[in-house]
Design a protein around this ligand. Sequence first.
Ligand SMILES: NC(=O)c1ccc[n+]([C@@H]2O[C@H](COP(=O)([O-])OP(=O)(O)OC[C@H]3O[C@@H](n4cnc5c(N)ncnc54)[C@H](OP(=O)(O)O)[C@@H]3O)[C@@H](O)[C@H]2O)c1
Length: 265
Amino acid sequence: MPPAADLGRALVIITGASRGFGRAVAQDVSRAVRPGSALVLAARSGKELRALREELTESEAGRAGLKVEVVTADVGRTEDLEDLLRRSEQVFTEDMDHLVLVNNAASLGDVSRYTRDFTDPGEVDSYLSLNVSSALCLTARVLRAFPQRAGLRRTVVNVSSLCALQPFPSWVLYCTGKAARDMAFRVLAEEEPDLRVLSYAPGPLDTSMQVEARSNTADPKLKKTISDLSAQNQLLSCEESCSKLMKVLLEDRFTSGAHIDVFDV
Ligand SMILES: NC(=O)c1ccc[n+]([C@@H]2O[C@H](COP(=O)([O-])OP(=O)(O)OC[C@H]3O[C@@H](n4cnc5c(N)ncnc54)[C@H](OP(=O)(O)O)[C@@H]3O)[C@@H](O)[C@H]2O)c1
């Protein structure tokens, strides 16, 4: 079957849309939805979000009536998740036929230390709260706010990583968080057969998270591997990786709950 030409008349909620991969997803999605759609973009940096809203509003999609709502929110804070939900409900219209949630916001965590150094449960809890609990609870809230009904497709994307599958020394927080997230979304896919659930690993991206990884990684071998990726121009652009994600979403042939890596698309 040929891929669908677009994502329909959609409400698309994207976390971590202020820069990096999330920003590229917002740009690509804006071109892939039908007139009458709405994007809800969340992150902590209001200034970057507002600049993106301006860009999208002035684009062809914006001129054709795409609504772009920005929500300055820390997804680790329950009040901010509530605000994000409220604003999403406000822009949803009954004639929308697709709900898409992209759980993209994440942090790398402290990669300057090894597992044996994480003696403080509060520090670990705080990382997991932002990177696992918030994605799980936002997804649950969105699914409750927009329940299944005839004529409404629902798709949930978990922006994952190779680290969900493979241990990277000195990246215990990040690997643990990504592995836990993948499993949470696999469980969700089992529980909700009507839902389309995708864990997408975008590959090594040329973003601020990579800069942080290059600078702070404690494990010398891993640090060299990461530095070489950049020195040898092997990092992917967000646009390149995002176009693969769009291909997977438009083809819509993935097994719900699957982990799909950019290099497999
Ligand atoms: N970069 C890579 O090589 C790579 C590889 C595999 C997977 N990934 C995954 O791809 C996704 C995007 O990564 P990236 O490289 O684009 O990272 P990035 O450049 O660091 O961007 C992260 C985004 O998340 C937002 N964010 C962070 N903490 C937040 C919070 N508490 N509340 C709300 N938003 C928050 C940031 O916005 P604010 O700072 O404005 O809040 C930003 O928009 C992540 O899930 C990451 O794990 C990245």
